[in-house]
Design a binder for this molecule. Sequence first.
Ligand code: PLP
Length: 371
Amino acid sequence: MTPDEPVLPRIRPEIAALPPYRQGRPADPNGFKLSSNENPFDPLPAVLEATRAATEFNRYPDATAARLREALGERYGVEPDGVLIGAGSVALLQAFIQAAATVGDEVVYSWRSFEAYPGLVLIAGASGVQVPNLPDGRHDLDAMAAAVTERTRVVLLCTPNNPTGPIITSAEFAAFVEKVPGDVLILLDEAYAEFVRDPDAVDGLGERVFEAHPNVVVLRTFSKAYGLAALRVGYAIGHPRVLDAARSTVTPLSVTAQSVAAAVASLAHQAEIDARVDELVARRDRLAAGLREMGWPVPDAQGNFVWLPSDDSQAVAGAFDAAGIIVRPFPEGVRISIGEHESVEKVLGIARSVVPSVPSGSGGPADSVER
Ligand SMILES: *Cc1c(COP(=O)(O)O)cnc(C)c1O
């Protein structure tokens, strides 16, 4: 160390080794940002109105977000005590993991899945056990159940799975829960539930899975279908005593009055939200069908995104980038969010030009189905 370099505080080495969060860059004016699974629609007028009316900036918000818990409790037929609100469902995932798992404990999840999972497990001090997805992008629930040991404290299930797209079926979920000891917390991450059209998909709230199995907590968010990503509001529904654990670890007062007002107003305008979601689902199905026609082995797409498996995802993402479309590359493929109406044809046009550029025999569209 040279004398000019300041001494910095000691940080846990596993934290110091983490790359800081880097947000996808914005698209240029004529392009589209399809890299963060954001909702392309502007806020509903009633939602804007509700946030503007929440002007008591000098007061702390209601720490329990009672209005929103009541509205959600009514919607899903549960007591308000069975609903917990967080500043995005990622904050709730973190609170539950933190509450249940620490050094020496294991958290089982599928991989590739939501990119936040590894960091949340690491921050808690626990060890992640990553179970590879099946070749078609689904969770390998048999392997996940087999990965549960005495050290397992939490299992994360993501349905539809971000970034690959397929759901977990009700039957698969029921069989899985039976195999996992009742003292292991199962977090059912349903961030994209509103976009699901497969009738066989597990619906944690509709099926009230947390009643038969108090170790299951269902997590949902207003960031995707409801288009409130900037306001940071998500919720967990489960057994009140299980939710208490996260109530103890979540940062108090992090859900603002404006977020609560926007979420409550959104629930009061559900028909308009549903119409937008239907439109996004139609765009998704059109995009997935068009991509499959070209030979891209797109797995079942039940969220607001499609997955292009590829061994050369940087090149694929680069081709989109060059055409003004920002997508999200992962080592195993590229995720493309469903965005503006005009973006669908544009994505199809670029994808068509990319197919021939992926070397055959090296994991391109034609042969990556087998992986
Ligand atoms: C987007 C997303 C969330 C929720 O994000 P918040 O904005 O924090 O509510 C949770 N899980 C998955 C898998 C997601 O993709």
